[in-house]
Design a protein around this ligand. Structure first.
Ligand SMILES: [Zn+2]
Length: 165
């Protein structure tokens, strides 16, 4: 999210609306002087057109602000989800040398011990790793995390021993 462009768009909208107001004031003054011929003077016609264009531009700027705000809202929601994940999970080194995120102890007694994908968590997504062979896999991003100790270790312990606290 580009906060500067949000501010610039807000300012632009204000300037455009301000320009429209000035033109409307001039238009009112002209009309006050009277239009007895029944035909609109060229100045009035020109100012009316200018006013219309200004208002169209103002609308465009406002739409752009709306887009920026929607984008901002999405980012705030994503940041909230990331914070929530940071509160509930902590980095965990597997015997296979991978770093994943583990549910913090006593975080939620109803949840089984599990791990989530650190890469997806960076995007605010909580994706539980599923067992696959000697490790676990994040199905959505297809990344594999080795959990078992490498084969050259003297004793190869089962995965469960590695993560039970
Ligand atoms: Zn993932």
């Amino acid at each position: 999210m580009d906060y500067n462009s949000l501010l610039e768009n807000s300012k632009l909208a204000l300037d455009l609306v301000g320009g429209g107001t000035d033109i409307a004031t001039k238009l009112r003054e002209l009309l006050k002087r009277g239009n007895k011929g029944g035909e609109m003077s060229p100045e009035v016609a020109e100012l009316t057109l200018e006013l219309q264009n200004q208002l169209i531009n103002a609308q465009r700027a406002q739409l752009s602000i709306l887009d920026s705000l929607i984008e901002l809202k999405k980012e705030v929601m994503e940041a909230d989800r990331q914070l929530e994940l940071q509160r509930s999970y902590e980095p965990f080194a597997t015997a296979g040398g991978a770093i994943v995120l583990a549910l913090k102890p006593n975080e939620d007694g109803n949840q089984p011990v599990h791990y989530i994908c650190p890469d997806c968590a960076d995007d605010g997504k909580r994706r539980i790793l599923q067992p696959q062979g000697t490790g676990k896999r994040c199905n959505p991003c297809e990344k594999f995390f080795p959990f078992d100790a490498p084969d050259d270790r003297p004793v190869r312990r089962p995965v469960r021993d590695d993560w039970i606290r």
